[in-house]
Write a protein that binds this ligand. Sequence first.
Ligand SMILES: *Cc1c(COP(=O)(O)O)cnc(C)c1O
Length: 472
Amino acid sequence: MRIEKEILRWFEIRRVRPSGSRYNAPVTNTLRRLPAVHRLLESPKLKDALGRWGRTALLEACREALDDARRSIGAGDPPSAAELEEIILAKVLAAEAEAYSAVINATGVLLHTNLGRAPMPTALPQSLHGYLALEYDVRAGRRGQRLAPLREKIARVCKAESAVMVNNNAASLLLILTALTQGRDVIVSRSQLIEIGGSFRLPAVMEAAGCRLVEVGCTNRTHLHDYQAAIGENTAALLVAHQSNFRIVGFTANPSTAELAALAHENGLPLIVDQGSGCLHDLRRWGLPHEETVTDLLDAGSDIVCFSGDKLLGGPQAGIIVGSEAWVMPLGAHPLYRALRPDKTALVLMDRTLRAHEAGRLTDIPLYAMLETSIDSLKRRTGRIGRRLRAQDIPAQGRSTRSTLGGGTTPDETMPGYGLEIAGGQALLDALRQGMPPIIGRMEEDRVVLDLRTVFPEQDGALIEGILAAQR
Ligand SMILES: *Cc1c(COP(=O)(O)O)cnc(C)c1O
C-alpha cells in the first residue's frame, strides 16, 4: 500500500544520519523521539480505531499527523505519543465527519439562510426510503409524468389555475423570463432591482434569460404612468419583484397589483410577480405585519406568481410558479425545464408540506410549530435549562428576546421570544460554535444570548451538555 510505504520510508529517513550539518543534527534527534507507526498502532485506542475506520483511513491520518509533526520541528517540543494519538484520532474523525453537520440554531432567526432556511420534519416519508412511483402511473402500469401528481395540489393550495415546480426561485425567474420574454423588453420599477443573499441579483438573472431590463420610476416612487410610458412594441411583460429583505419607507408610491394587471392586460401583456416568500396565510395571526399572500396576488390579476419553497411555505428548497394555465402550462414543456426540475426528495417533501397547508395542520411544518410556540412554554423550558446550568455554577438567566423570521421576509419586524443569557462574551460564543453539535447563538452587549424559539424541545438536553462542555 502506497501510504504504508510512504510512512515506512519516512521512518527510514530517520535512521539515516544527515551529513554532519550542525542544523540537521538537533532536528534528527527530535525526529528520533517521535514514535514509530507500528508502536502507535499498538495503543488500544488506535487499535480500536483501526477496527472501526479501517487501515487506509487510519494510516492516512498517521501520515498527516507525522507530516505535521515533522513540519513543525524546530518550533518547540515534538508531540508525545499520547498527543500524537489524540491528533490522529481527531484527524480520522474529521475525515469521517458529515460535510453538513447538524447544528442547534439558537439565533432566533427562524429562516436562517446559512442554516438551511426552513427546517425539515425529522421523520422521512416512507417513499424516500426506497423506490417510489416518481414517473410511473401505478394504476395504468406505464410511464407517468414526474410533475403531474403534484401540479394540481400546488394549484389547489394557492387557488391558481396551474402550477410548475423547479429547483429554487431563481430558477423560477430564469425559466419564466427565458420562455416568455427572451429577446424582448421587461419593465421593472427602480425600487425593485433586488439582490437576495446567495448572489441572486434580478438584473443578472434577466441578463442570463436574454431579456432587456427597462427600468422605470424612481427609487422611492414609481407611478402607473411610468409603466404606461415605457410599454412599446418590443415589451414582453411587466415584472414586479417583492422587496424581500429591505424596506423603502417615507415618501413612497407604487401602483397596486390590480392597477398593474389591468394595464398589462390592456396591452396584451402578462404581469409577472416574484413574490419571494411564498406567504399563504395572514401573517397577523402570528403577530407579524400583513403581507399580500400568493392568492391575493392572483386574485388581483397577476398572471404568473413565483416564490421559494423553503421560506414561508416551510418546505424544501424549490421554486414554485403558479398562475393562469395559458402562461404557466408551457413552462413545464420548455427545454430549460428539464435542467431546472426538482429532484425526488424535494418533490416528496413538498407534497408533504402542501398537504399540511391544505389540511390546516400547520404545526406539522416545523416552521409553523416554532411560530405557534407560546412565550409561556419557552419560559418553562428556559427555567428548566437555567436551573440545570446554575446547579453547575454557570450563571445563566432567562430573558426576553426578539426572534425574526429571516430568509428575506419581513426584514424589520421581530416577534417576542424567550431564552437564556450567559456571561462569557465572544470566547463562550466561539466555544459553543465549536462544540458537537455546534450551538449557534448571538452576542448582545458582551453576553451570549440563546433564543429558544428556534431550538427544538428535543434539543434541550444537547443544548445543556453543549453549554457545560463549552464552559469547561
Ligand atoms: C428569496 C427570493 C428569491 C430567491 O429565491 P431562491 O429560492 O433563494 O432562489 C428571489 N426573489 C425574491 C423576491 C426572493 O425573496
